[in-house]
Each structure stands twice: as structure tokens, then as C-alpha cells.
Design a protein around this ligand. Structure first.
Ligand SMILES: [Zn+2]
Length: 253
């Protein structure tokens, strides 16, 4: 069964063996308590990663953020400032700086990743066309600071590893097709584990940047079924949204 905590452990184990060429990070969109459970699991394995928290959780889940940091993981800011500020770049930059300062009261923060809101027309990474994120003592923004000609991006967005067709924001345009041609697109977690543990598989010639959402990885039960069903509905809605947008673009042309 996929997207369980047991599968997560198998997956992390295979990634650990990929050594310094595998980088894992977590976007904590919902349920920060699940992030703490994954953080504890990883810590027990001696596997340390990065957890990006949204500003809406800074005060309500400060204890969890501190606990994840105390386990030895990195803490990052999962920002959505341009959507929050409805497209106003300067207001979004001020919002980012304010929230970053608030998170830094809980843990050292030198990294930030953008949260994508499917229904929002704004991509928060647009802020960095007008301002320099690195002047804020941020060393790494995954989508901005990764060389995707050398690194494959894998995300569990959509509760599958090949969901870029139904993702609105979480994809790497320009590289996705190249990875598809090279056989570097995977559907299930087992597909990735199998590739990583097969000597000579092309995935082993690449670095990997892996993004997960901790609320997705839980023991099988009522919550697991609810998450699976909700995601199926969301994927259908996102697919309709993408069709609608491309139809709108065709009409404009
Ligand atoms: Zn997110």
C-alpha cells in the first residue's frame, strides 16, 4: 500500500543510500502534527531533512516547529505572500519579511519554498523578479536555486509522483518532458524505490530533489482513506481548472 508511514521508511532508506545526491524537503501544508511524526521517524533513521512551515501555523503550532528543529532538521518558510496580498508585489515582499522574522524567533531559517494555491492566479515566486531573496539571509529556495539540468524533481503533489499533468504550480516547466523521455517519471513510491535499487537505472546518474507533504503519509485507517478520497476529488478539480485555463489561453490567441 502506498503513502503509508511504512512505505515512507522504505523510501527514505532507498534515498539515504543515494547519499549526498538525494535531497528531501517537506512542505507542511496542513496538519503540522503529522510533520512532527515524520520528523521523529527520520531522526530515528539518522536522516535529516528540511520542513517548510506556512505562516498560519507559526503561532498555533510553535511547539511543533521548535520540536522539529530540536530533532536536528532544518526549518524553512513555506511562503504564499503574493496570493495573500492579492498580487501586490511590494506588499507581498513586506509580508514575506514580516513572517520570516516571526519564524526566526522559533528556529534558525535560511531557506524558503513557495506554496502553490491551485485556485490562485498568483505565483509567489514572482516576488523574486523584483526583490532579492538572498539578501534576506536565505541561502536556498528549491525552485530558484536548483540546477534542474542536473537534478530531477520529484513531488508527491496530487498523491502520486507523476502528477505534473494535474498540478497547477508544482512542476518544473522545460525539464519535465526531458525526464519523461529519459524514463525518469515514476507513478508509485515503489517505482522510485525499484529504480533506485536497480544498478544501471538512469535515475542513479542524477541528483534528486524530493518534495513531500507529511499529511499524506500516515498509517492505514480512517484518516488515510479520507486523505486518499479528498486528493482524488482535488485532482479532478485541478484537471478541470487546467483545461479551463488552456481553453482561455487558446481563445486569447
Ligand atoms: Zn504547499
Amino acid at each position: 500500500m502506498d503513502f503509508t508511514i511504512d512505505k515512507y521508511i522504505q523510501f527514505s532508506d532507498a534515498l539515504k543510500r543515494h547519499g549526498a545526491h538525494a535531497r528531501m524537503y517537506h512542505d507542511v501544508d496542513r496538519h503540522p502534527a503529522y510533520a512532527l511524526r515524520i520528523a521523529e521517524t527520520e531522526c530515528a533513521m539518522g536522516w535529516f531533512t528540511t520542513y517548510y512551515f506556512r505562516s498560519l501555523h507559526f503561532s498555533s503550532h510553535a511547539g511543533i516547529i521548535r520540536a522539529v528543529a530540536a530533532l536536528g532538521h532544518n526549518i524553512g518558510y513555506h511562503y504564499e505572500s503574493l496570493a495573500t496580498c492579492r498580487g501586490n508585489i511590494d506588499a507581498a515582499y513586506a509580508d514575506f519579511c514580516r513572517n520570516l522574522a516571526e519564524l526566526r524567533r522559533l528556529a534558525p531559517v535560511h531557506t524558503a519554498s513557495a506554496h502553490g494555491t491551485p485556485r490562485s492566479p498568483w505565483d509567489s515566486q514572482e516576488i523574486w523578479r523584483h526583490h532579492d531573496i538572498h539578501r534576506l539571509d536565505i541561502d536556498y529556495e528549491p525552485k530558484l536555486d536548483t540546477d534542474f539540468s542536473r537534478t530531477i524533481y520529484l513531488t508527491d503533489t496530487g498523491r502520486r509522483w507523476d502528477g505534473y499533468h494535474v498540478n497547477v504550480w508544482d512542476k518544473v516547466p522545460g525539464h519535465q518532458q526531458q525526464w519523461e523521455r529519459e524514463g525518469l517519471i515514476f507513478h508509485s513510491t515503489d517505482d522510485i524505490i525499484c529504480a533506485l535499487t536497480t544498478p544501471g537505472h538512469p535515475v542513479n546518474r542524477h541528483s534528486l530533489l524530493v518534495n513531500t507533504h507529511p499529511q499524506r503519509w500516515m498509517p492505514f485507517g480512517t484518516a488515510w482513506i479520507a486523505e486518499a478520497l479528498t486528493q482524488r476529488i482535488k485532482n479532478t478539480a485541478k484537471w478541470i481548472l487546467i483545461q479551463h485555463k488552456s481553453l482561455g489561453a487558446k481563445k486569447k490567441n
